[in-house]
Design a protein around this ligand. Sequence first.
Ligand SMILES: NC(=O)c1ccc[n+]([C@@H]2O[C@H](COP(=O)([O-])OP(=O)(O)OC[C@H]3O[C@@H](n4cnc5c(N)ncnc54)[C@H](O)[C@@H]3O)[C@@H](O)[C@H]2O)c1
Length: 324
Amino acid sequence: MKTVLVTGPAGFIGSHLSEKLLSLGYKVIGVDNFDPFYSRDIKTDNMENFMLNPNFYFYELDLCNNNSLDQLNHEIDLVIHLAGKAGVRPSILDPQSYIDSNISATRNILDFMRIRGIQKMAFASSSSVYGNNAIVPFTEDQNVDNVISPYAFSKKSCEILNHSYHHLYDLDIINMRFFTVFGPRQRPDLAINKFMSLMTKEEAIPVFGDGTTARDYTYVDDTVNGIINCCEYLFSNQKVFNTLNLGNSFPITLSTMIETIATTSGIRPIINRLPMQAGDVNQTFADISKAKDLVGYTPKITFVEGISRFVKWFTQKQSILTVA
Ligand SMILES: NC(=O)c1ccc[n+]([C@@H]2O[C@H](COP(=O)([O-])OP(=O)(O)OC[C@H]3O[C@@H](n4cnc5c(N)ncnc54)[C@H](O)[C@@H]3O)[C@@H](O)[C@H]2O)c1
């Protein structure tokens, strides 16, 4: 049985990933500090399907603290490093916390790997590193120096830091650039979940810009399968350093996103139109051919199907809350 350290298992992507890894027979060591970016209750609920699984070992700890990982006494085969502060807009208000929770925490993980002789890591980077690059779809060989938010800066910095540890200590690493992941348990700050919450309460949804901005929404199961493909590739190859887009290659405009939620849920939105927000990119659009060729990444869930699954989950959750 292989043992995987997952950072951020209480979060949106980390909870789906941990559940899938456990179902595939991995032993999962989870570390999370329940960062107050959103509620601890939501994060506890995220883990409810697997918290009691005998192959899941959970440690509440802050990766920003040096030596926080010393208490882990498992033999670990691979690290999937997802923990960190997510979100573009909050990073503009508090850049230092992004430098701490993303860059310093990643340095801490890398040194833990170096000291413990753990060879392999899959790292959660982001499409935001592409900034407002004009050429789409984005390919991994594009220049990503022109980031437009501290969040994107922190992710690009981690990718570079990872390369230095690959070079110095032979660590095998894949930087995985995720593209607006959605589905059940999506972070409450992200637009689909936020809009659905407001629409259910018959409150106006804040719509930044004229609705033509676009995101390459990726359904969470596809992202999770992509992460697992990266792990399998890391397990069967040596001397790996690579960067892969794990997107959907099918951008959806903001207007279409809102319309799809409205049609699926049957709730008409009240729109509060606002100017574009600083730090937001105009569009994201992944070229996924490299990920397909290297690790066999093939996203399968369409945007409409993904929204239908999200709305079903959201509605069930609401009815449980109402009964309680
Ligand atoms: N969701 C997306 O669309 C998306 C897109 C691109 C990249 N990413 C990246 O993927 C990763 C997971 O994203 P998510 O949406 O699941 O976010 P999330 O906020 O739901 O999960 C992150 C988890 O990390 C934990 N964490 C944060 N700082 C920590 C620290 N110092 N020590 C220990 N744990 C800490 C949080 O408590 C949380 O449970 C993040 O690194 C994010 O930047 C996400």
